[in-house]
Design a protein. Structure first.
Length: 258
């Protein structure tokens, strides 16, 4: 119990200190563009726990979820195929390095021309950024499969779907999960950026709308909401990661005890 309380204290300690510091540092602020935290918190419920929850927050989360899920499927599938084939990896590696170097926000105007200004464009922007961390980590994870285990599978004639599921995917899963965690933070950023271009809904659109209307406390409340959303998604990802990689974490814990 004490270990759990210590972990919780370490997790929330710094955020609490930062919020308390922000509260007292801004308490006497008269700057129009940097209102007191008290004012931001006062407008937060009325701003987001009403129509904007359905018009802006939920559509943003839905687009993020669809884009992130599509990037996971594509990244893992392509990563396993490329990682398991030496000639295919040699063929596509230059192209992958070129595409990875292109910042996803630069693609927004191009995707607007291709897919218009609807939800499709916003989802494509998220996919274009989330794909690369997952894909590249999946490739490296497949390449790092233990050769002893691979020879064991070959000896016992474990082939096809069983080999892919129990050896390749399982061995690569720690690196795939690492790429998925990186992609999640990228996806949140691209979700906001995509909604700042020719959009009519979403968190990014709402923040820009508040800025243009000089509703500064509401604008800051949107930034605060994005931070809370990032924390919530990180916690949920940690829960999923613990379930998916429970065997791996247990194995590493046993190795440390030896």
């Amino acid at each position: 119990m004490s270990a759990v309380l210590r972990r919780v204290g370490l997790a929330i300690g710094l955020p609490v200190v930062l919020v308390v510091g922000w509260w007292f540092a801004s308490a006497s602020s008269t700057d129009f563009y940097f209102p007191p935290l008290r004012t931001i918190l006062e407008v937060f419920p009325d701003t987001w726990f009403g129509a904007r929850m359905y018009d802006d927050v939920l559509p943003s989360i839905a687009r993020l979820g669809i884009g992130y899920a599509a990037a996971l499927v594509l990244g893992i599938g392509l990563g396993m195929a490329i990682g398991s084939s030496r000639w295919l990896r040699a063929l596509v590696e230059p192209l992958l390095e070129f595409l990875r170097a292109v910042p996803p926000p630069v693609l927004v105007p191009i995707l607007v021309l291709i897919a218009g200004i609807g939800n499709g464009m916003k989802i494509l922007v998220i996919v274009s950024g989330c794909l690369w961390p997952i894909l590249l980590n999946a490739v490296e994870g497949v390449r790092a499969v233990d050769q002893v285990l691979a020879d064991t599978c070959r000896t016992y004639r474990i082939r096809g779907r069983l080999r892919w599921w129990h050896l390749v995917l399982r061995s690569a899963s720690p690196q795939i999960v690492t790429g998925a965690r990186q992609a999640l933070s990228v996806g949140i950023i691209l979700m906001v950026i995509s909604e700042m271009f020719a959009a009519s809904s979403g968190l990014g659109f709402a923040v820009i709308q508040f800025k243009d209307g000089f509703q500064i406390p509401q604008m800051w409340s949107g930034v605060l909401l994005l931070g809370l959303l990032g924390v919530l998604l990180s916690v949920l990802f940690g829960i999923v990661e613990h379930r998916v990689l429970g065997w791996y974490q247990g194995s590493r814990a046993q190795q440390k005890e030896r």
